[in-house]
Design a protein around this ligand. Sequence first.
Ligand code: URA
Length: 227
Amino acid sequence: MERATTPNRIELALASVARDASTCSACGLSETRTQAVPGEGSPTATLVFVGEAPGAREDLVGRPFVGAAGRLLDDLLMSISLRREEVFILNMVKCRPPENRNPQRSEIAACAPFLTRQLQALQPRVIATLGRHALAVFAPNAKIAEVHGRPYAQTEREQHHGAVLFPLYHPAAALHNGSLRPTLERDMAALRAYLSADTRKGAGEATLREVDSVPTRPRSETTGEAE
Ligand code: URA
């Protein structure tokens, strides 16, 4: 599929995904959803966050990350001088899994064409995955505890819709496990540093060395739980 080049075209492409998702019955989640949650943000965003799936509040409101995890995401964005209107926030699965269980492989596969269409329309420079499930969509073999807080496999832009993948822990993980919060804050600062370097140098030329100058992990941090 061709990239939707102008904001208007991008908006049309995104609206078409939202329409199709709202009537989608490709998996069982369509039977229990209140509504699909396609995502929201700036059609010209260069940074896209990909979460897991809507929760109860998102299912009711029809917007991504509007519950407790969303408030933390907003705070984290603010900490790097970004507002959600300036980025795009979406989920790999557009409908709420019952009881907030993890999406099943078949559900992720059924929803994948929507994610692909959204990323093809947006053509972000950076895809920041939130949590291990979203990371697995783009990098099935990566372990979040090992790769969070820095660009992942930067040479593989083509495999990620032309974007650099920047894995982050899921905000909900930091809510459950408070010790992850400083890690997430540091990783956001590293993301900010990466974005600044990328903007200065142009896509494809920001170096890992600049990101390495941001302390992303305290020495004592173990590579524990993947969230
Ligand atoms: N968790 C997600 O992954 N997505 C949401 O929209 C809300 C919570």
